[in-house]
Design a protein around this ligand. Structure first.
Ligand SMILES: [Zn+2]
Length: 235
């Protein structure tokens, strides 16, 4: 059995509701959760897994595509409750997620804070504080870029820098699916650069999105926006 399951998790965030799409890869020996949601989203992740017949205590691995709080915010809580799950991310992102290095998003937010107009200062400060309170998580295995993992036949790590320097996406040839993380987002059915204003290197991000398209997979799953089929892509 080789299967991928797209979860749909709704989280209140500031004055809106964010919808995110972690993915589970399932084969005879593995249950792999790709990205782990916001701080506080563990109960929703557990609920979504169980709804799809995946017991959280059977999750063997968690792959974090990058260091952002909406992807790794619940990873420490997940690991505490389900210590069997091996936490993995790219070798470049690992020190930011494990807390050895200060989060690049926090550095960016603190720099932005100085140029915010007075009416946005309070929000900016609250955002920085939220990032400061994200719990780091130890990385059990740092992935080299372009590594091949033994999930669902083959799960290829694709380096997709730009959004963050060590961002990774995943390609599963047997399932004909690409899981983008934030290397691509869907807005109204259109693939776009996720949050271009916060993208750390826009040129790299564009090249990464091209790299994902060039794979030609039948299905693309975006963490923000969900599933798009090749034939539905509007460029
Ligand atoms: Zn994100």
């Amino acid at each position: 059995m080789h299967q991928y399951i797209v979860l749909k998790i709704e989280m209140p965030s500031w004055n809106t509701t964010e919808v995110i799409h972690p993915v589970v890869l399932a084969d005879d020996n593995h249950r792999v959760l790709i990205d782990c949601g916001y701080a506080g989203s563990l109960p929703k992740i557990e609920e979504a897994l169980i709804q799809h017949g995946i017991m959280p205590q059977n999750v063997t691995h968690v792959i974090l595509t990058h260091q952002d709080h909406d992807h790794m915010g619940a990873a420490a809580a997940f690991k505490r409750k389900y210590p069997q799950a091996q936490i993995m991310t790219s070798v470049i992102e690992a020190p930011y997620i494990s807390g050895e290095e200060k989060s690049l998003r926090l550095i960016q937010a603190e720099q932005l804070q100085q140029s915010l107009p007075p009416e946005q200062q309070a929000f900016g400060e609250a955002f920085c504080n939220m990032l400061r309170n994200i719990e780091p998580v130890r990385i059990d295995r740092a992935l080299t870029l372009d590594e091949e993992l033994p999930f669902c036949g083959s799960c290829r790590v694709i380096a997709t820098p730009g959004h963050t320097p060590g961002h990774i996406s995943l390609y599963l040839p047997a399932l004909n699916v690409v899981i983008t993380g934030d290397a691509m987002a869907l807005e109204k059915g259109k693939p776009v650069i996720a949050n271009p204003q916060f993208t750390l290197d826009l040129d790299l991000a564009k090249a990464s999105m091209e790299r994902l398209f060039s794979i030609g997979a039948e299905t693309i799953v975006c963490y923000h926006g969900g599933v798009i089929r090749k034939e539905d892509v509007i460029l």
